[in-house]
Design a binder for this molecule. Sequence first.
Ligand code: GAR
Length: 208
Amino acid sequence: MLKLAVCVSGGGTNLQAIMDAIDSGAITDTSIEVVISNNKDAYALERAKAHGIHAICISPKDYESRAAFNEDFLAQLNSYHVDLVVLAGFLVVIPEQMIKEYRNRIINIHPSLIPSFCGTGYYGLKVHEGALARGVKITGATVHFVDEGTDTGPIILQKAVAVQEGDTPEILQRRVMEEAEWKIMPQAIDLIARGKVSVVDGHVKISE
Ligand code: GAR
């Protein structure tokens, strides 16, 4: 059984896609042990509770220093003994010590085809604003392992999505979620649950 912690900050549609895929059997042999939000008002917390999943809030704002937050975040995560940490729209920088202890055991979804429109400052709608400002015809989403950089870790899955005439950032965001994010995030978790994913020389290998 692959045990997950899912970290969220907002609406939680990717969390919903993961919960639905576990229920339907599209993700095999996996359970969500805890949902962690940095934002007590995140709708994702309601989605977790409605699904009977244990959900907690850990916010940097409630700590004296970033170091104190980082230490407690890691201690609380460790207490759930999970195999994989899933960042599903989590907008907090992951502490370095956590990256070390969970090497190739933290995955993130990013709403573009990395290495386009990623890195510091590119999150949420800003990614789609950037894609529209540049006039790209194809965008998409990427699931990758988290390393010390911002959106620089080994890429697991990507899916392309067409930009259409008249797209606004909101319309494009929704299409990227529907056509790419809600598909490749559950797929990546299922591949990991089935032991199909390894990292060799910094690149992901997916076995048959
Ligand atoms: C998603 O589009 C996700 O790709 C993005 O935040 C949104 C969260 O939506 N993540 C990032 O931009 C990370 N850099 P959700 O809360 O409905 O899943």
